[in-house]
Design a protein around this ligand. Structure first.
Ligand code: ATP
Ligand code: BTN
Length: 397
């Protein structure tokens, strides 16, 4: 569904429904999930995207300011000065926020305040914490879409290198090899559009680069023992918190564009995921015991990604491989690498030694010889230690 509608609350259907804010977050700090990423009066691009900076509707900006000032009252004057609008304009936006069911309360004669914290992605906050040269300098934000990867590909022609497409919810979120990425409210769903001057053969390593950027961000922001699971996941405590899907369009010897899609379970309710996924997934808010500031998370991931991406463009996986190996999942453990698309079931089992300078997974085979496997449509699964060592059945982590 494509939403061009005003700020909507979780529990509404993402259309013009501006009813009550139904979704109270189930984590340590109760916070309502609201999307302020799409608004009626702003220029709207394909799939209902609004472009930042430059297109932020006044009403969204008032809401963001109140959300960032949670816990204190802000006068109409202060809002007006900060946002360059008149007091009547502030009042009009506040009225419209209240009508949309947002928990904004006028404090008689003394300004406005939020009576509940909101779990919002705030483009202004992302841009404030961004230290990149190109990545994320243009943001396209939507309330709801099919897949941000598809949108980034559709809008690649009119979008600059490094543009980032994000949505609050995806209803056709894609994983690798035709798999599904569950994308309920509270997650981070974003796609980075890249137009690098590299041969197509260099592109597959970018999933690993993105996984590394996410894992290092989770380590530094939250102190989590986040691990890169070759070739495209990030695990914490053996459970998946992030998946990466890279899609490339290329001519024979030149990349046209690459879309790096990143899904992160930031404040996702795991019990709402499909049964099979529930067993293997985790969400950051449960791991750290509080609601994740998704704007800050996004900015930090983009900062880390740009640093790793530039290094990758300069020297390939050469220098990154050692650092990725240091935080790789399953180091020293027995794993099976399986080709998921081959008609015959091609499998290699061995001890996982890490990532080599070509971005390949290195395994030590039972006979002692080393083998390196390239990503492709491969799946790497750890094998259970007890009882299952003679079985070739791949196991879930
Ligand atoms: P492998 O690389 O070993 O095949 P995988 O099962 O993680 O690992 P991927 O193709 O990387 O496979 O990811 C797709 C899978 O991710 C889906 O089949 C589903 O099991 C899982 N998944 C879908 N949505 C989520 C989510 N929001 N959080 C965690 N896991 C999810
Ligand atoms: C995987 O683990 O198989 C990859 C999951 C990738 C999910 C992200 S969410 C943003 C982008 N849009 C998509 O449809 N997929 C990627």
């Amino acid at each position: 569904m494509r939403s061009r509608d005003p700020i909507t609350c979780e529990g509404t259907n993402g259309t013009a429904d501006t009813g009550t804010h139904a979704g109270t977050h189930a984590s340590a700090h109760a916070s309502t999930r609201v999307s302020a990423l799409a608004a009626r009066h702003a220029p709207v691009h394909a799939a209902g995207y609004i472009r930042y900076p430059g297109e932020a509707p006044g009403r969204d900006r008032v809401l963001w300011l109140l959300a960032s000032s949670f816990g204190r009252r802000v006068s109409g004057d202060e809002i007006g000065r900060a946002l360059g609008m008149s007091r009547p304009a502030v009042w009009k936006h506040v009225q419209s926020l209240i009508a949309a069911g947002l928990p904004v309360e006028p404090v008689k004669g003394r300004g406005y305040r939020l009576i509940q914290p909101l779990d919002l992605i705030i483009p202004d906050d992302i841009l404030r914490s961004l230290h990149t040269r190109t990545i994320g300098r243009t943001l396209f934000c939507a309330q709801e879409t099919g897949s941000t990867n598809n949108d980034a590909k559709d809008m690649a022609g009119e979008s600059p290198d490094g543009a980032v497409f994000m949505a609050e919810v995806q209803n056709l979120g894609k994983g690798r090899i035709g798999r599904t990425w569950s994308s309920p409210p509270g997650g981070v769903y974003m796609s980075i559009l890249l137009k690098p001057d590299i041969p197509p053969s260099q592109a597959p390593g970018l999933a690993l680069v993105a996984g590394y950027a996410v894992a290092s961000t989770l380590r530094s922001l939250f102190g989590l023992d986040a691990r890169v699971k070759w070739p495209n996941d990030v695990l914490v405590g053996g459970k998946k918190v992030c998946g990466v899907l890279c899609e490339m369009r290329a001519e024979a010897d030149r990349v046209a564009d690459i879309v790096v899609g990143i899904g992160i379970n930031a404040n996702v309710e795991i019990k709402g995921l499909p049964a099979a996924t529930r067993e293997t997934a985790a969400s950051l808010n449960d791991l750290i015991g509080r609601t994740v500031d998704r704007s800050l998370l996004i900015a930090n991931v983009l900062n880390s990604f740009e640093a790793a991406y530039e290094e990758y463009l300069r020297s390939g996986m050469e220098s990154l491989a050692r650092r990725i190996t240091e935080i790789a999942a399953y180091l020293g453990q027995e794993v099976t690498v399986k080709n998921l698309t081959a008609a015959h079931s091609a499998e290699t089992t061995g001890t996982f030694l890490g990532i080599d300078p070509q971005g390949r997974a290195v395994l030590k085979l039972p006979g002692g010889e080393g083998v390196a496997v390239s990503a492709g449509d491969l799946s790497l699964r750890v094998r259970r230690r007890s009882g299952a060592s003679s079985s070739s059945r791949p196991c879930r982590p």
